[in-house]
Ligand binder design. Structure first.
Ligand code: PLP
Length: 373
């Protein structure tokens, strides 16, 4: 059998080593160091935002974002049920209540038509999460937010380099977040960033990131913060990665197009949309949903793929079905049929930046083998 094809492998063959060596040669390895500011400025510029605050990962970026907007006890935040736990966790930890909406069956993004009916007197914000490669339809969300005086938190972790109607994802929220985990388009190993145009919010995030040290008198604290700092080493890696964003995006789109041409004639699977009216897919991951005529679920498909040497991962598991939230008494008796279906029948195949055409061909063949077995 040929080598196992991993679900993700990053590409680190640009200036990564050079910049990391600079950190070591100069001794700047902590969160004090010149690459942090450079990286923050480069990402903000790329996303067309005034301020960037680098943090240690994309999950804590969401924690800080929720707190920086002053969301807390008694507040509600509308968000998709089909997403990563980090989104709901940030809201719950702040003492607020996540209010869920279902996914669109084709883009897998939050169904924006369900937002307005979920608004109450307590609603403070909408947390938008762009899922897997296509942006959420932002215009209706912006309209609803304006009409009801709501803030927008935009989780753009999977969207480096993606545009919505020509504007960068991550430029729409009152506050936006990114992740630089190795399966994202740009990686720092672990890392994240918060972006905003409002100086006050940026200042609050910087303070939360650094234990809320009081300016002027270190070790005195008016509020409790965190150590969410990113290191100079991570920022060095990120800067080298960002230099290649255009190439990375092109590579992802090429990967998506090749998968598409190899799989479009396969029976019984739903493929990602190539585009919507507002964006071309960037294929953060190449997702597959098994249709009714396939007699097994995603778990079984992934098991069979693994035996054939192909890595894969399940789709997200909906927030309203999470045991941890059930224990807290949240989302009792709530049902979101689209999210439940795609969570059970969806998975994604190897789609990292280092994937080769040959590997894509092998994955597609093995997948077809699994489907027809
Ligand atoms: C990856 C991801 C996160 C979390 O980022 P980490 O850096 O892994 O903590 C948050 N939101 C979305 C949508 C993600 O894909």
């Amino acid at each position: 059998m040929s080598d196992f094809i991993p679900v993700n492998e990053p590409l680190l063959n640009g200036n990564e080593k050079k910049y990391l060596n600079e950190c070591i040669d100069t001794g700047w390895i902590s969160s004090e160091g010149p690459f942090i500011k450079k990286f923050e400025e480069s990402v903000s510029k790329q996303v067309n935002r005034q301020y960037g605050i680098a943090v240690s990962n994309g999950s804590v970026a969401l924690d800080a974002a929720v707190l920086a907007l002053g969301i807390g006890k008694g507040d509600e935040v509308i968000m998709p049920t089909f997403t990563i736990i980090s989104c709901a966790a940030a809201i719950v930890r702040a003492g607020a209540l996540p209010v869920l909406v279902d996914a669109d069956p084709y883009t897998w993004n939050m169904d924006v038509n369900q937002i307005e009916s979920k608004i109450t007197k307590r609603t403070k914000a909408i947390m938008v999460v762009h899922i897997y490669g296509l942006p959420v339809d932002m215009d209706p969300v912006l309209r609803i937010a304006q009409k009801h005086g709501l803030q927008i938190i935009e989780d753009a972790a999977e969207m480096h380099g993606q545009l919505y109607k020509g504007k960068p994802c991550g430029s729409f929220g009152d506050i936006s977040t990114f992740s630089f985990y190795p399966n994202k388009h740009i990686t720092t190993g672990e890392g994240g960033m918060i972006l905003t145009n409002e100086e006050g919010i940026a200042e609050k995030c910087r303070s939360l990131r650094n234990l809320c040290f009081k300016p002027g008198r270190r070790f005195v604290h008016e509020e409790l913060g965190f150590n969410f700092r990113m290191t100079n080493l991570q920022a060095a890696l990120g800067l080298a990665q960002l230099e290649r964003l255009d190439d990375f995006v092109a590579k992802k789109r090429k990967m998506g197009a090749l998968y598409h041409s190899l799989l479009e004639d396969a029976e019984g699977i739903q493929l990602p949309l190539k585009a919507t009216e507002f964006a071309d897919n960037i294929y953060w991951v190449y997702g597959i949903v098994l249709e009714k005529e396939i007699a097994f679920d995603a778990e079984e498909a992934m098991k069979r793929l693994s035996k054939l040497g192909v890595g894969s991962r399940p789709f997200f598991y909906p927030m309203h079905q999470q045991p941890v939230f059930a224990k807290m008494g949240l989302f009792k008796n709530e049902q979101y049929p689209v999210s439940e279906k795609i969570a059970e029948r969806g998975f994604y195949v190897p789609s990292g930046l280092a994937i080769t055409e040959q590997q894509i061909k092998v994955v597609s063949e093995k997948l077809k083998e699994v489907l027809t077995a």
